[in-house]
Design a protein around this ligand. Structure first.
Ligand code: FES
Ligand SMILES: [Fe+2]
Length: 439
């Protein structure tokens, strides 16, 4: 357990906060490209507690500016998208995508007041279905060469979902390799042939053992966590009866992302992005090492479970996450259906909007969480000392040299987990169709 003061420090990310200062040194997912694929590409974005509006101008360029008009505060989300910018409907002040006021049609003829009016604006970049924003000081860092950014658009599918809780508890479920044996347990095995686009439903690496069975039968993984240039590498070993070991490698990418295997053909890179302190979005990029991603199928699977435009899940705390006691008795550990996102959502929302960590009791399997908090606290302390160059990926490591990271499931000799995993990763990359995944 930790003090209330420390809990506040590591969870709150609004302007002027310690963890918020760390977050602002990294690109943050702000919206899906899908959200702007309309006749009027203007969407509200709330990110790190700041209320913004994202729009695409007539030239096709993106702008992310403060939602409130600097005149008298009207909401620019309902602004007029015209003259290659966004115009406030209240008195017609007109802003370009840099936030510069370029016209004040009601002010006296010849007035140059607009020249000195500049709305807050942040740089944005679109990458394989996600629009990223940089809200920090100085120049944004380059993007790492991770698979989700290197793969062509055809091989990456992006989606998001709303969780009604603080971002840190959302992230912490992703760096907890033990929970999958319980929270995502299926009491019966499904045919792995029906697994496309779903997690934990494929067969385990190079075997015919369904992943569901492996997780169910081996519940005490040996977990090791290593520090890396980009964050953490989590190694979960499940020692099987036949003397072999199931090796699962996942990653924490600083500050708030994870990279995990989804199936033999895909990995997931997922950010847990603070909207405000009590809400977050998960943004996922699903990257394929085989054929192009079937985006229509993956989108349809997920849209069936979410409401637009806010991507709120249809199963949520207001309907008990669809809990069914009969299902819990016979089909799933949770009784909340087959979609593992719903299980995770319940696990992270039910502790409350910001979990009171003065009441927690971390065990040995929580080693990833403990190491992550240490890393976040070190980053906070470094920024307070003015040592921005002590932060992961801002410390002189060239992000362009950061590949992968390796996220996979393999089976092999427990002593040789590193080689076994690396070899399996190299084989997958060598066989990759459609893009050069070799490193
Ligand atoms: S409040 Fe926006 S132009 Fe007046
Ligand atoms: Fe999970």
């Amino acid at each position: 357990m930790i003090s209330q003061e420390l809990n506040d420090t590591i969870t709150r990310t609004g302007p002027g906060t310690d963890a918020g200062a760390v977050m602002r040194r990294y690109w943050q997912p702000a919206a899906l490209s899908d959200e702007l694929a309309t006749n009027r590409p203007v969407v509200p974005v709330t990110l790190l507690g700041e209320k913004l509006v994202l729009f695409r101008d007539n030239d096709g360029n993106l702008g992310l500016i403060d939602r409130h008009c600097p005149h008298r505060g009207a909401d620019l989300c309902l602004g007029r998208l015209d003259d290659n910018g966004l115009r406030c409907p209240f008195h017609g002040w007109h802003f370009d995508r840099t936030g510069q006021c370029v016209e004040q049609p009601g002010e006296p003829e010849g007035s140059r007041m607009h020249e000195s009016i500049r709305n807050t604006s942040y740089p944005v970049v679109e990458k394989n279905g996600i629009i990223f924003a940089y809200m920090g000081p100085d120049d944004p860092p380059p993007f790492p060469n991770f698979d989700c950014f290197r793969a062509p658009d055809t091989h990456v599918f992006a989606f998001k979902g709303l969780w009604e809780c603080n971002w840190l508890q959302a992230l912490e479920v992703g760096i907890d390799p033990a929970h999958a044996s319980f929270l995502h347990r299926f009491l019966k095995d499904e045919d792995p042939a029906d697994s496309y686009g779903k997690q934990f439903r494929d067969a385990a690496a190079d075997t015919n053992i369904p992943m569901t069975r492996l997780l169910r039968e081996y519940t005490r993984p040996e977990i090791t966590v290593e520090e890396t240039d980009y964050g953490l590498r989590l190694i979960a070993l499940r020692h099987l009866e036949n003397g072999q070991t199931h090796i699962r490698i996942t990653n924490q990418i600083f500050p708030e992302a994870i990279s995990i295997p989804m199936s033999r053909e895909m990995i997931i890179t997922q950010w847990h992005v603070p909207i405000d302190d009590e809400h977050c979005y998960w943004y996922s990029m699903f990257t394929s090492f085989t054929d192009p991603v079937d985006k229509e199928k993956m989108r349809a699977q997920r849209l069936k479970e979410h409401r637009l435009p806010d991507y709120a899940p249809l199963k949520n705390k207001r309907n008990n996450y669809g809990f069914d006691p009969d299902e819990q008795a016979t089909e799933t550990y949770t009784g909340m259906g087959m979609d593992i996102n719903v299980h995770d959502q319940w696990a992270v929302e039910s502790p409350g909007p910001i979990f009171d960590r003065t009441r927690e009791h971390l065990g040995k399997t929580d080693v990833g969480i403990i190491k992550y908090r240490r890393m976040l606290r070190a980053a906070i302390a470094a920024l307070k000392d003015g040592k921005e160059d002590a932060l992961p990926m801002r410390n002189g490591t060239d992000p362009a040299t950061l590949f992968g990271p390796i996220s996979n499931d393999t089976i092999g000799d427990k002593e040789k987990w590193r080689e076994v995993s690396a070899q399996s990763d190299a084989e997958r990359r060598a066989a990759c169709k459609g893009w050069d995944a070799t490193v």
